[in-house]
Design a protein around this ligand. Structure first.
Ligand code: ADP
Ligand code: ASP
Ligand code: MG
Length: 438
């Protein structure tokens, strides 16, 4: 059995929903995870922002716009009055519910419930459509089995327990349909797996149930060898090792949620990236095979801040680095890149919410310099040290770019460079031109 996840663009219009319905109704039993229709979660974030800032009028207006947008889909999607009525009833309840909810005290919990509506809407729409088409579908609420602990970490055991029972009891259903992204937190409230988290939902289900394959269906033919939003002439990579895919996802390849490869890798379940617009294209297979000596792809992670601490006390002293790292740990701020010298250390973070307090503490240790608006460029492949020459090729490609930090040797699969965000596009293009020219 497989789990198939369809992203926002793949269910972005009635026409796309019909296409996904065709793809999932091939007679095989499967689990299908849907994102919200593209643009919906962004609109819900905007609605929440209006209510948080007490701009109630704009908030209600935005709910009204969203409701109108959804209403237009009904006649395009359904042929029968029964399906139309069922969908209209669900929309009515959702949008009136949203108005009531936002009219009360707008807490963090309210915000999470607002953000959850996109996936609930898309999965209900798909359920009514599949039913109309005579497909045996069962809508399985993600809030019944997807949970995170107090640290925000997803729990695999409840997923396995819930689905094992369900799949054993229901042998008739062809499509088990559920929501991506949404979950319950340790207090039982509605929560989510962060933006783009529907990939993670699919991966967690695939790993917990040890399924045959996790398929991520999106709007492009698999993982490209560079970011197609910034670089010309990118090409799909047909196969990646789990580690390579994990590095690419973590370092900015938007096609995958940053953490979605980990559960699949631990469970040994292959992941396949496929294109809803071109269902027969081969896409990318992610598994345990490493292609020796190959440089596979490049990715870039934005909004990075570099922190440099310089202190003569570091010279020949023990415990200096430990002190520095402990400060970041105390403020729950994780570090991506590190470079050290005799007199100082440079490191990067992507979460600056507690940086001011961190810097205050670091100042007790030495002189502190902070550079924001930086970007990590990450080259991924089989980069073991026996593969001589590739570092030379990579650095020669960047000869025209001001590089602030380099990290190599922390993993066999990545070399990272820190550059200013204004140099990102140039650096990505130069690397593609040098590393992937025919
Ligand atoms: P979905 O809504 O299906 O989750 P996303 O927008 O999250 O889709 O991810 C797909 C997008 O990721 C592509 O349209 C592409 O612009 C972007 N992307 C960034 N880097 C890459 C890459 N290396 N390979 C393929 N797509 C990438
Ligand atoms: N709908 C959510 C988002 O837009 C989750 C997802 O699409 O994966 O972030
Ligand atoms: Mg996505």
């Amino acid at each position: 059995m497989k789990v198939l996840k369809f992203g926002g663009t793949s269910v972005g219009s009635p026409e796309r929903i019909k296409e996904v319905a065709r793809l999932v109704s091939n007679g095989e039993r499967k689990i299908v995870v849907l994102s919200a229709m593209s643009g919906t979660t962004n609109s819900l974030v905007e609605i929440a922002d209006y209510f948080k800032k007490r701009n109630v009028e704009s908030g209600y207006a935005m709910i009204g716009h969203l409701r109108t947008r959804y209403k237009h889909h009904v006649p395009e999607l359904y042929a029968t009055p029964e399906a139309r009525r069922a969908c209209e009833k669900y929309f009515r309840e959702t949008f009136i519910g949203l108005q009531r909810l936002c009219g009360g005290d707008f807490t963090d919990a309210t915000e999470k419930t607002v953000l959850a509506q996109g996936e609930l809407l898309s999965t209900h729409m798909m359920t009514y459509y599949l039913r109309e088409q005579g497909v045996k579908v069962r809508l399985v609420p993600a809030l019944d089995f997807m949970r995170i602990d107090a640290e925000g970490e997803p729990l695999l055991a409840p997923i396995a327990e819930y689905w094992d029972k369900l799949l054993a009891a229901d042998t008739d259903t062809e499509v088990f349909l559920t929501q991506g992204f949404i979950c319950r937190n340790s207090e039982g409230g509605v929560d989510n797996l962060q933006r783009g988290g529907s990939d993670y939902t699919a991966s967690l289900i695939g790993a917990a149930l040890h399924l045959d394959e996790i398929q991520i269906w999106t709007d492009i033919d698999g993982m490209h060898n560079n970011d197609p939003r910034f670089v010309e002439g990118t090409r799909p990579v047909r196969q990646l090792h789990f580690e390579e895919a994990a590095e690419l996802a973590y370092f900015g390849a938007k096609i995958l949620h940053p953490t979605c490869i980990q559960p699949a890798r631990y469970a040994g379940v292959p992941v396949r990236l496929l294109n809803t617009m071109q269902p027969d294209a081969p896409g990318t297979l992610i598994n345990n095979t490493m292609q020796p000596g190959a440089i596979k792809a490049i990715a870039a992670k934005d909004d990075i801040t570099a922190v440099k601490v310089v202190s003569s006390r570091m010279l020949l002293a023990t415990g200096f680095l430990r002190n520095i790292f402990e400060i970041f740990e105390r403020y729950h701020t994780s570090i991506d890149m590190v470079a050290t010298s005799e007199v100082g250390v440079s490191l990067t973070v992507d979460n600056t919410s507690r940086l001011a307090a961190i810097v205050e503490e670091l100042k007790k240790t030495g002189t502190v310099e902070v550079d924001s608006d930086m970007c990590i460029i990450c080259v991924v492949g089989d980069l073991v040290r026996e593969n001589k020459g590739y570092i030379g090729r990579i650095t020669s490609a960047l000869s025209d770019v001001a590089v602030r930090m380099i990290s190599y040797g922390g993993s066999n699969h990545n070399v990272s460079f820190l550059v200013h965000r204004d140099d990102k596009k140039k650096a990505l293009q130069a690397l593609s031109d040098t590393l992937f020219k025919e």
